[in-house]
Write a protein that binds this ligand. Structure first.
Ligand SMILES: *Cc1c(COP(=O)(O)O)cnc(C)c1O
Length: 405
């Protein structure tokens, strides 16, 4: 069965969406629900790192089944503090195919990033490549659950144990993901979540560090408070990275909808795959059987030869349809100037990572996205493919027009 398609907006058809379909709509509770707890915070005058922050920490730890959870001001700050609290020196092995903040945490600690390839099927770091990259200066492994898809937690834990290395997960996308029966948050030495408006649970701004290590949890608490254990004689140079009560209140209210929001995104992802899977040249990130992803993002890969258009051409054609997309993650870290100047990161070609980041495109996905909208995006995509040659010509003409103006 062929997919129903429409005449592309780039070729004079009506745009699929007017006004445009936003890439993202954060899933937030009704602001009325925040009133009562905010009143409490205002009345007591405790505006930061107080009752609601500890309530959030307790609730998240309980839900994920992990002994310790420490709230911080952001995921980046959480990663920075964890690496500092572990007192690392030398090199950290991490994927190049991730958001740049994963790498910032390494640079800020004066550690050297060693980028390795990702697996083309799961888009997560390739654990065999991780093990191959381990050398005498390796201080830690930093993996990512990309777009919510659990990394190869068991294999990575085995490698980390074998080489006696700490294993940290950037779990920015993965609050609510499961590896087997366990929630993400229980693996490695520590896992760090983000709660910005683009992430599954929204606190406005905020991060959560989870760990099974009591002493590490204590040091992260100290680290978010300048490194000051309460004596004014700092244990190490920490950050000012506490969470404000407002952010904790927002996240606590959001927790009630985390599971339904995740289920909704999973259903949208299934629908996209079913519809777009009918087109040639589109492939999808694979979630290993037994695992579940939050689908923080829905990422497709466009093979330019079999689809008929490059990722960038498709993105422009979708833009004309009023469909906002993102190139998550392009350019990969080892191609970004702050990371590329590093000798270690330049040593390897990372051809898989480069190919993937040239092909990825993230489509709108959020709990309030209707089934009808998913259908319309899919039809627009089918129309774009059916008219690939004319679209390429139209884009070339536009480029020439632009140059002559
Ligand atoms: C969003 C994100 C971060 C940073 O989160 P903040 O809370 O904004 O610091 C880190 N890593 C990844 C993979 C992200 O997507």
């Amino acid at each position: 069965m062929t997919m129903p398609s429409k005449r592309p907006a780039l070729l004079g058809g009506a745009p699929a969406f007017r006004p445009a379909l936003p890439f993202l709509k954060p899933d937030v509770p009704d602001s009325e629900a925040l009133r009562a707890p905010l009143r409490t915070a205002f009345k007591t005058g405790m505006l930061t790192n107080s009752r609601f922050v500890s309530e959030l920490e307790g609730e998240v730890a309980r839900r994920l089944g992990v002994p310790y959870c420490v709230a911080v001001s952001s995921c980046t700050a959480g990663l920075m503090i964890v690496l500092r609290a572990l007192n690392l020196k030398g090199e950290v092995i991490l994927p190049s195919f991730t958001f740049h903040a994963t790498g910032h945490a390494v640079l800020w600690n004066g550690l050297r990033p060693v980028f390795v390839e990702c697996d083309e099927v799961t888009l997560n770091v390739d654990s065999e490549e991780v093990e191959r990259a381990i050398g005498p200066r390796t201080a830690a492994i930093l993996a990512v659950h990309l777009f919510g898809n659990p990394a190869a937690v068991t294999a990575l834990e085995r490698i980390a144990r074998r080489h006696r290395l700490p294993l940290i997960f950037d779990a920015a996308h993965a609050l609510g993901s499961r590896a087997g029966r366990s929630f993400i948050g229980r693996f490695g030495t520590a896992e760090v979540f983000s709660m910005t408006p683009t992430k599954p649970l929204v606190a406005g701004e905020g991060g959560l560090v989870t760990t099974r290590d009591k002493e590490l949890a204590r040091r992260v608490r100290v680290g978010r408070n300048y490194g000051d254990p309460g004596t004014y004689d700092c244990e190490f140079s920490g950050l000012s990275a506490r969470m404000a009560e407002f952010n904790a209140i927002l996240a606590l209210k959001g927790l009630a909808r985390l599971s339904s929001g995740t289920k909704r995104r999973q259903a949208i992802a299934r629908r996209y795959r079913e519809r777009l899977g009918k087109l040639t040249g589109i492939s999808f990130q694979k979630v290993r059987s037994g695992n579940s992803s939050t689908f923080k993002d829905f990422s497709i890969q466009i093979d330019p030869d079999s689809f008929g258009l490059t990722r960038d051409e498709v993105a422009r054609a979708l833009e004309a349809e009023g469909i906002q997309t993102r190139k998550y993650f392009w350019p990969p870290l080892h191609r970004q100037k702050i990371f590329a100047t590093d000798g270690v990161s330049r040593r390897t070609g990372l051809s898989k990572t480069e190919r993937i980041s040239e092909r990825v495109l993230s489509l709108p996905i959020y709990p309030s996205l209707s089934r009808e909208a998913v259908e319309r995006v899919s039809k627009a995509m089918a129309g774009i493919q059916a008219n690939a040659k004319a679209i390429r010509r139209a884009l070339v003409e536009r480029r020439t027009d632009g140059n002559s103006r």
